[in-house]
Design a protein around this ligand. Structure first.
Ligand code: AQP
Length: 339
């Protein structure tokens, strides 16, 4: 569909350049973006300022930024129609984050479970940025007056906070400046779980590389990881309800379903009488088909830094233009001095 035919939605989302981009990031977020870009105006950000919130992810941030850009393009994001840019290159994000933080009660932030999980027992020593991360996320979304935000299930609470902040701002200034952004959390893989523990989210920071399929994995690595993926001693389930209490099996079937756009019921009926080995073999073939294409394209793109940088430079310019226009209007609403 041509740009002129696009509806008036503005879709915004992002990924942190923290290394080890994985299947959860792809199925929970990036894959859905590809479908959205044909009929919506889309902005996809590489949220490097968020990556500063944990010390492990501060290293190699430049290389990881290019890796995320390569993953977006290799997965099928078209930089001609869609803006791909780097958060730290649009200063409006930090500026709006401060303004919004002045309109956000601390009690709202105290409810955020991700901070509690990530800070763990060491809350007093956690960086302030980790605590105020959701306000920066609200600024990312609201800076562009975004209407829709496709994310994985883990970001649901942060998105609800963004909506609360937008509503609070609009109410305070008796204005409808910010649209209230709608979450898009769809598909069977809104929460892809670890291959080693079906109760833990697949995540970049899991110390075990065996817990995730990285977008950079080759076919041999993918096959090995699926072969070794944790299952249980029961036979293949006969019904959807049989998946209760079998998180590892449920996860593998959900991944299968999300990759080939088939219902979970259909997959269960296809494999009900078969050995798990056959299911795992077909799943790893499917993953190799989808992921190794992305991974080889990423490798090619990463060898061409000039090309990647030119895409980001163009995206930064386009994002800055939109951000500055919205920030000027917003400062006007607040009544800040303008020379
Ligand atoms: N396991 C997952 N299943 C489905 N979606 C997921 N997402 C992340 N993990 C899963 C979605 O990917 C997008 C980008 O995530 P991010 O990189 O900004 O941060 P994250 O959610 O913190 O990713 P990780 O892998 O879990 O990183 P660490 O280990 O550093 O915490 C988001 O839309 C997210 O929902």
């Amino acid at each position: 569909m041509e740009n002129s035919e696009k509806v008036n939605n503005l879709v915004f989302s992002g990924v942190q350049p923290t290394g080890n981009l994985h299947l959860g990031n792809y199925l929970g977020a990036i894959k859905n973006w590809i479908e959205l870009q044909s009929s919506n105006n889309c902005i996809f950000c590489i949220v490097d300022l968020h990556a500063l919130t944990t010390s492990d992810s501060r290293t190699q941030i430049l290389q990881n930024t290019r890796e995320v850009a390569a993953a977006y393009i290799a997965s099928g994001i078209n930089p001609k129609n869609t803006i791909i840019f780097v958060q730290s290159n649009v200063t409006g994000h930090s500026e709006l984050a401060w303004i919004l933080s002045c309109h956000t009660p601390i009690g709202w932030l105290n409810r955020m479970t991700q901070f509690k999980d990530k800070a763990g027992k060491n809350k007093e020593r956690a960086p302030l940025g980790l605590y105020s991360y959701p306000v920066l996320m609200a600024a990312d979304i609201l800076l562009y007056k975004s209407t829709h935000v496709p994310v994985g299930d883990d970001q649901k609470q942060h998105l609800e906070l963004s909506r609360d902040i937008a509503q609070a701002f609009n109410r305070y200034y008796q204005n409808d400046f910010f649209p209230i952004p709608e979450p898009i959390i769809t598909g069977n893989a809104t929460r892809v779980m670890s291959l080693r523990d079906g109760l833990k989210k697949m995540s970049k920071s899991d110390p075990s590389d065996q817990s995730r399929i990285n977008l950079s994995d080759n076919s041999i690595e993918i096959e090995k990881k699926i072969q070794k993926a944790k299952t249980d001693s029961h036979p293949f389930p006969e019904h959807f309800q049989d998946l209760d209490g079998r998180p590892e099996i449920k996860n593998l079937i959900n991944i299968f379903s999300a990759l080939n756009n088939e219902s979970v019921d259909k997959i269960i009926s296809n494999y009900v009488d078969k050995d798990f080995k056959i299911f795992k073999k077909d799943l790893s073939d499917l993953l190799v088909e989808k992921i190794s294409l992305i991974s080889s394209e990423m490798k090619k793109l990463l060898k061409n830094e000039d090309y990647l940088d030119s895409i980001l430079k163009d995206g930064n310019l386009r994002a800055n233009e939109m951000a500055n226009e919205n920030l000027t209007k917003l400062k006007n609403i607040i009544g800040l001095f303008k020379s």
